[in-house]
Design a protein around this ligand. Structure first.
Ligand code: DC
Length: 219
């Protein structure tokens, strides 16, 4: 069974998807980590961000493995490095590159092959797994999402103001929604869940209910 969770940055997809996968004893795939890993590799090599072909070539050569809760880039655990503000702010170069997307979409399908899996991203229910049995589109207000991001960055020792994070997030939202390939959009058959005012556990409880109902064919 494939469960897709898409939605904008900071809606709580990642923590909800992880917890849901644990409860269901499903595998978990964080597809944003793949785009982040490509961006990190390009940063480390000092690649020219305007050279889309070079970025696509690089993506093909990398060995990116997203294993449950860890991300490996050419064998090195980069789970922490890919979450920095610097990587976050350049990942759109990878996400907006059609050839990079094509390559990563193929890797994502391969990773999910014959597994019960919860997969999280922007285009999982629309492009990558259009036949997924259960599709969720998780949203929250821009302010709530920015507050969560500030807290996450603080926990990493990076201090940014709410205004900075909100402005950055608005730019990312616009880029995610406007790109030609794999834009952020809810699949027609996705259930839209607004997590504003809900605790983490309430969100996970609700998602679990949705999945179990799908499994038994009630919805
Ligand atoms: O979910 P995240 O913040 O880790 O995503 C990082 C970036 O990758 C973000 O700019 C959106 C993009 N992304 C994407 O385009 N498609 C996906 N399936 C997952 C993430």
């Amino acid at each position: 069974m494939i469960v897709t969770i898409d939605g904008p940055a900071g809606a709580g997809k990642s923590s909800a998807a992880r917890a849901l996968a644990k409860r269901l004893q499903f595998a978990f795939l964080d597809t944003g980590a793949m785009y982040r890993a490509v961006a990190l590799a390009a940063l480390r090599r000092g690649l020219d961000w305007n050279d889309a072909a070079a970025l696509a070539d690089l993506a093909q050569q990398l060995n990116i493995e997203v294993r449950q809760y860890h991300t490996y880039l050419d064998g090195q655990d980069v789970s922490d490095d890919i979450r920095s503000h610097e990587v976050t702010s350049v990942t759109h170069y990878a996400a907006n590159n059609p050839a990079v997307r094509e390559h990563l979409v193929a890797l994502q399908r391969q990773a999910a092959h014959q597994l019960d899996i919860v997969t999280e991203g922007r285009d999982q229910g629309t492009v990558v797994f259009p036949h997924a049995e259960c599709k969720i589109f998780l949203v929250a207000s821009a302010e709530e999402r920015a507050r969560r991001r500030v807290r996450d960055l603080e926990a990493r020792g990076e201090k940014l103001s709410l205004e900075e994070v909100l402005a950055d997030q608005n730019r990312r939202d616009a880029r995610d929604a406007e790109r030609d390939v794999g834009p952020l959009v809810a699949a027609d058959d996705a259930t839209i869940v607004d997590s504003d005012g809900m605790s983490h556990d309430e969100v996970v409880d609700y998602l679990e209910e949705l999945v179990r109902a799908r499994r038994t064919g009630n919805k």
